[in-house]
Design a protein around this ligand. Structure first.
Ligand SMILES: Cc1cc2nc3c(=O)[nH]c(=O)nc-3n(C[C@H](O)[C@H](O)[C@H](O)COP(=O)(O)OP(=O)(O)OC[C@H]3O[C@@H](n4cnc5c(N)ncnc54)[C@H](O)[C@@H]3O)c2cc1C
Length: 580
């Protein structure tokens, strides 16, 4: 098949797919090293998912608690990841996070400071010390602003609204990517020595999700798997304990953990402070998985509100403090629910929030199974094990964004010859042509909804063998219905084509998630099996998943002795140590 007349061509030493924190940080590193880089995203760069991050970013700076150390940060991360994290990744993250904050500050990030100029650091649940830097509750937006600005400063070419449909591979190595412009449908063929995949996670495949529409639809997983990568630990999905319950259109929208960090209290409909039963020591500052399970249980056992939530109350705190520390939450509830959180409790319930599993990468370089392809940010796996600590994801994006920048630059510089494969390009073209030509009576949006219902009903906070098997069967039914999928771009653009491809990504991610959840016959971290309610030492392994559905158990390396010693201690005592 020959090139289309509306097909545009571009070449870059390194192509970065994703303009969130991870992608932009990688691109900045590449540009600073003199490597020509093109960075693309399917939506606007100043509105990538990263802007939603609110609570903060972790680094053991010790500005508030000088006894903190990177080793303690690593120990907290490993322990709260239920020993499924990769120790080498965790240690690298913790060691390099302070330098990542320095970079952001140097580029102009306006983090909260103490009167004497020190960066303020707050507690986040299950951290031993205060190590979370923040910018009000707009931390992600502030980091994104700084990265977008820095990317422009170092002359990076960034293209918004460019949807990548396929990675181009020959003989186990990438040589480019194919895609289309979401506005006008024009096609893009991009040739590159190396690719950094930073296209986010898959939490939007649940009905109640803290992502916005059309984000985190599993694109990264589909692109990687089609290119020849394996996925790992896809069942490990963090359900944030507190998503909004109403209005329905905003259900799942996050209520930041900072609300509990500032002193928010959880109560059931009977007014009971129920965390006293689930974690009497840490109460509302327990880990996310425990608070999510507690909220789920209260609601499932009929102690929730009429709308199906529990109450999160912060009205006992000073109004000015709430407005200063949680301005976004205040505005969110006024705008979406006409509710004043300084006087009235919020109604909340668990919401799918973070993909701890994802594309399998080398723990130190983030190289994937495919030559020249690196994965980073929420789409990659390794750091968070079975339960991510709040504030660690932004740190991961920045630390490993820099790492993959260095590694992709090295790959590009060392490349002598690159073979391109015409057949691979033709296949990518045909995939889009075929989707556009398909005619039938199914549409992407209702099928996305059907899939999200299946995942919520069968693979939510609590799972079971029968439920998961039924879930897999129902996902296959949705998959079959895509044969009759009708894609109709119109004057408003090619969003319909993007939705269809999002759906394909979501289906693949759902299959992998259900299959891994079935295989993990234990309860660990965010993964709760009613039929296997205990942790099983034999399952302290990672589960890798391949396109043909094969699942392999992978042993986990030992952490360094110093970190292991710190991780072995008792649960973190938080009484009297809330904030400054
Ligand atoms: C409400 C909320 C609050 C959070 N708060 C915190 C917090 O306080 N601290 C913390 O550490 N973490 C937090 N997180 C998690 C954190 O925000 C994310 O994990 C992180 O921002 C992910 O960044 P990323 O760069 O990996 O991906 P994203 O920011 O999701 O960016 C993905 C990029 O890939 C692009 N893309 C996707 N598919 C395609 C495609 N097919 N073609 C082209 N481009 C594509 C998108 O357009 C986007 O540019 C929060 C998350 C949410 C939802």
């Amino acid at each position: 098949m020959s090139a289309r007349s509306d097909e545009r061509r571009a070449a870059a030493s390194v192509l970065v797919i994703g303009t969130g924190a991870a992608g932009l940080r990688a691109a900045i590193e590449l540009a600073e090293r003199g490597v020509q880089v093109l960075c693309v995203g399917k939506r606007r760069r100043d509105d990538a998912h990263t802007v939603l991050a609110s609570g903060g970013i972790n680094a053991a700076l010790g500005t508030m608690d000088p006894e903190d150390s990177w080793e303690q940060h690593a120990a907290d991360t490993l322990r709260e990841g239920y020993w499924l994290s990769d120790p080498a990744s965790v240690e690298l993250l913790s060691r390099e996070a302070p330098a990542a904050i320095d970079d952001l500050v140097r580029w102009g990030a306006r983090f909260e400071r103490e009167d004497d100029g020190r960066l303020t650091q707050r507690f986040f649940g299950a951290h031993r010390y205060r190590r979370t830097c923040f910018a009000g509750d707009y931390t992600g937006r502030e980091i994104q602003r700084v990265l977008v600005h820095r990317a422009a400063e170092v002359g990076i070419e960034v293209r918004d609204d460019l949807y990548v449909t396929r990675l181009l591979v020959h003989d186990g190595r990438v040589f480019g990517a194919y895609g289309f412009d979401v506005d006008d449908g024009s096609r893009w063929l991009i040739i590159a020595d190396a690719i950094v995949l930073a296209a986010g996670g898959h939490t939007r495949i649940w009905r109640r999700s803290s992502s916005r529409r059309d984000e985190n639809t599993g694109d990264a997983m589909r692109l990687a798997v089609e290119a020849g990568c394996r996925l790992r630990d896809m069942e490990l999905v963090q359900f944030h304990p507190t998503g909004m319950v109403f209005p329905e259109g905003s259900a799942g929208t996050l209520v930041t953990e900072a609300v509990r960090g500032e002193g928010g209290i959880l109560r059931n409909a009977g007014g009971e402070r129920f965390m006293e039963r689930y974690d009497p020591e840490r109460l509302e500052l327990s880990t996310r998985d425990r608070v999510a399970l507690a909220n789920y249980t209260e609601i499932a056992q009929g102690r929730g509100t009429e709308r199906g939530g529990v109450l999160l109350d912060i009205s006992h705190l000073d109004r000015d403090l709430i407005l200063r520390r949680l301005p976004r939450m205040y505005r969110q509830f006024v705008d979406l629910a006409m509710l004043d959180i300084t006087t009235t409790p919020m109604e909340v319930a668990p919401t799918a929030h973070y993909s701890m599993g994802g594309v399998l990468v080398d723990p130190k370089t983030h190289a994937t199974d495919v030559g020249g392809l690196f994965a980073v940010g929420e789409c990659a796996t390794g750091v968070h094990g079975a339960n991510r600590l709040g504030g660690n994801s932004l740190a991961e994006c920045l630390v490993f964004g820099r790492v993959v920048g260095i590694e992709a630059a090295r790959w590009s510089r060392a490349l002598d010859v690159q073979v391109r494969d015409r057949a691979a390009v033709d296949e990518a073209r045909e995939e889009v042509d075929e989707l556009l030509a398909r005619r039938g009576d199914e549409f992407a949006r209702p099928l996305q909804r059907a899939l999200r219902d299946v995942m919520s009903e069968r693979c939510g906070v609590v799972r079971s063998e029968n439920g998961l098997r039924d879930g897999l069967a129902r996902v296959r039914e949705v998959e079959e219905r895509t044969i009759a999928l009708e894609v109709r771009p119109d004057l408003a653009g090619y969003a319909d084509l993007a939705h269809a491809l999002d759906l394909h990504g979501s289906l693949l991610a759902a299959r992998a998630t259900l299959a891994c959840a079935l295989e993990r016959r234990e309860t660990r971290g965010a993964h709760n099996r009613v039929d296997f309610p205990r942790q099983d030492a034999a399952l302290q392994v990672n589960l890798t998943w391949t396109k043909d559905g094969e699942i392999v158990r992978q042993p986990i390396a030992e952490p360094s002795a110093a970190v292991a010693a710190l991780a072995g201690g008792p649960n973190v005592e938080v009484a009297g140590r809330l904030l400054e």
